[in-house]
Write a protein that binds this ligand. Structure first.
Ligand SMILES: [Ca+2]
Ligand SMILES: [Ca+2]
Length: 143
């Protein structure tokens, strides 16, 4: 009995060490949307974690999974990646594209309720549109 539980503990420890190692080895240098650099420029959808200040993330392309995207924060010199994950934490956003509409989805993969953001639309509080801490994916539609 004692022996088997001890081997179980050993086996679990081996698994967790292997798990951590594979995480470290497979972790990308930067986790985030394609093309993201923290700066919210033209043609990007900029999403913010807090109602004022705080971290932000820029989306240029469709991204169906916000769970693998990190926010960026301003260091005083430039933007650096935060450990904070975008999924279900967005409080406000700006569509800075002059032509394309961004649609935010409640669910990873693009489902559930949605919020449509036409060119240059700014939403200063996602709570006002029933979407606080809900965004999990984005798709763009251009004319
Ligand atoms: Ca950018
Ligand atoms: Ca992503």
């Amino acid at each position: 009995m004692e022996l088997s539980s001890r081997s179980a503990v050993r086996a679990l420890a081996a698994i967790s060490v292997a798990g951590v190692l594979s995480l470290i080895l497979s972790a990308p240098a930067q986790a985030g949307p394609i093309g993201a650099d923290g700066y919210c420029g033209e043609r990007e959808l900029c999403l913010f974690r807090l109602l004022g200040g705080g971290e932000q993330v820029d989306y240029t392309y469709d991204d169906l999974d916000f769970t693998n995207d990190n926010y960026w924060y301003y260091t005083g010199l430039g933007y650096a990646q935060s450990y904070l994950i975008v999924n279900n934490t967005v409080s406000r956003g700006n569509n800075q594209d002059d032509r394309c509409t961004a649609t935010l989805y409640q669910l990873v993969g693009g489902g559930g309720s949605t919020i449509t953001m036409p060119p240059y639309l700014s939403i200063s509080n996602m709570g006002d549109v029933g979407f606080d801490n809900k965004a999990s994916a984005v798709k763009w539609r251009c004319p």
